[in-house]
Design a protein around this ligand. Structure first.
Ligand SMILES: Nc1ncnc2c1ncn2[C@@H]1O[C@H](COP(=O)(O)OP(=O)(O)O)[C@@H](O)[C@H]1O
Ligand SMILES: [Mg+2]
Length: 278
C-alpha cells in the first residue's frame, strides 16, 4: 500500500484513462476535490460519471494515470489499498441497497460494529443520532418495506455517514425516487454540504446542483469538458458542449449567453457523436 501526502486534496485524480474492453470511458481525467468541498458532476448519459465515481471508490480498475483518495494511492491496486480507500469513502447509490430484513437502525449500525468494532450500544447510539439528523428519528425501528423511497434513501445516507468517511460519493441519489420524494433527500444532502461534508455528487437536478455545488464539473464522452464556479458554469459556460447540454436539460429555462461568445453555426442540437456509442 502506497501512502501519499493528502495535503493537495481528499481525492486527487491525474490523467486517468479507463477502458471497458474497447470502450474508453474516461479520457485523461484530472480532478482534485478538497476537504469540505461539494463537487457536483453533471453531463449526458454515458459520459462517464458513474465510472468516475466507481474508480474513486475502487470499484473499477483503471489503466493509466493516478487516483489518490485520502492519501492512499490506488495505482498499485492491491487489496490493502482498496480496503483502505473503501473505509474512507461513503457511497450512496441510486438504488438504496438496504438490507430488507434489518431495521433502519440495524442497517446503519451494522458496518460500524463489524468494521469499526464499535460496541452494540455505541453503534446504536451513534446510529440513532444519525437517523435523527436525516429526519428519521421516529422511524429507526422500521424495516425498509415500511419506509418510502425517500426515507430509505435517507437511511442509506445515514448508513454511509456512520462509517465516518472522509468523502461521500453520490451517484444520482434521487433518480429512483418518485418526484415528491426528491426534495427531502436533496435537502439532507444540502445540509451535509453546508455543514462541511466533503462530497462528490452526480445529479441531473440542476437547481440543486447550482445551489449545493462549490464546483460544477461537466463531463461529456469520458472527458471533463469544463469545471468551475456554478454561477459561471450556469450563466456563461465557456464550452459549446456545456451550453448545448444545459440547454437540453433546462429547456426553456436556459438562455444561452450571447455576451462575447458567438456561435456562427447553430448545429449544436443535432450534433452527432464522433464515435459510436455502445
Ligand atoms: N460495465 C461496463 N462494461 C462496458 N461498458 C461500460 C460499463 N459501464 C459503463 N460502460 C460504458 O462506459 C461509458 C460511460 O458509462 P457511465 O460511466 O455509466 O456513464 P454515465 O454514468 O455518465 O451515464 C458508456 O459508454 C458506457 O456504455
Ligand atoms: Mg451513471
Amino acid at each position: 500500500m502506497i501512502e501519499a501526502s493528502s495535503s493537495e486534496g481528499v481525492v486527487v485524480l491525474q490523467g486517468v484513462e479507463k477502458w471497458y474492453g474497447d470502450v474508453q470511458a474516461l479520457t485523461s481525467v484530472s480532478l482534485t476535490v478538497h476537504e469540505g468541498e461539494a463537487a457536483v458532476i453533471i453531463g449526458p448519459s454515458g459520459s462517464g460519471k458513474s465510472t468516475l465515481i466507481r474508480v474513486i471508490n475502487a470499484l473499477e480498475p483503471f489503466q493509466q494515470g493516478s487516483v489518490i483518495v485520502g492519501g492512499i494511492d490506488l495505482r498499485a491496486g492491491d487489496r490493502r489499498s482498496v480496503d483502505a480507500v473503501r473505509r474512507q469513502v461513503g457511497m450512496v447509490f441510486q438504488q438504496f441497497n438496504l438490507f430488507p430484513h434489518l431495521t433502519a437502525l440495524e442497517n446503519v449500525a451494522l458496518a460500524p460494529r463489524r468494521v469499526l468494532r464499535q460496541s452494540k450500544s455505541e453503534a446504536n447510539e451513534r446510529g440513532a443520532a444519525l437517523l435523527e439528523r436525516v429526519g428519521l428519528g421516529a422511524h429507526k425501528d422500521k424495516q425498509p418495506n415500511q419506509l418510502s423511497g425517500g426515507e430509505q434513501q435517507r437511511v442509506a445516507i445515514a448508513r454511509a455517514l456512520a462509517m465516518q468517511p472522509r468523502v461521500l460519493l453520490f451517484d444520482e441519489p434521487t433518480s429512483a425516487l418518485d418526484p415528491e420524494m426528491v426534495n427531502e433527500v436533496l435537502l439532507v444532502i444540502q445540509e451535509l454540504a453546508t455543514g462541511g461534508t466533503t462530497m462528490i455528487v452526480v445529479t441531473h437536478e440542476m437547481g440543486f446542483a447550482a445551489s449545493v455545488a462549490d464546483r460544477i464539473i461537466f463531463m461529456d464522452k469520458g472527458v471533463i469538458v469544463e469545471q468551475g464556479d456554478p454561477r459561471r458554469i450556469f450563466s456563461e459556460p465557456s464550452e459549446k458542449r456545456t451550453r448545448t447540454f444545459l440547454a437540453s436539460v433546462l429547456g426553456g429555462l436556459y438562455e444561452a449567453p450571447t455576451l462575447g461568445v458567438e456561435d456562427n453555426n447553430d448545429d449544436q442540437v443535432g450534433e452527432s457523436r464522433d464515435k459510436p456509442h455502445s
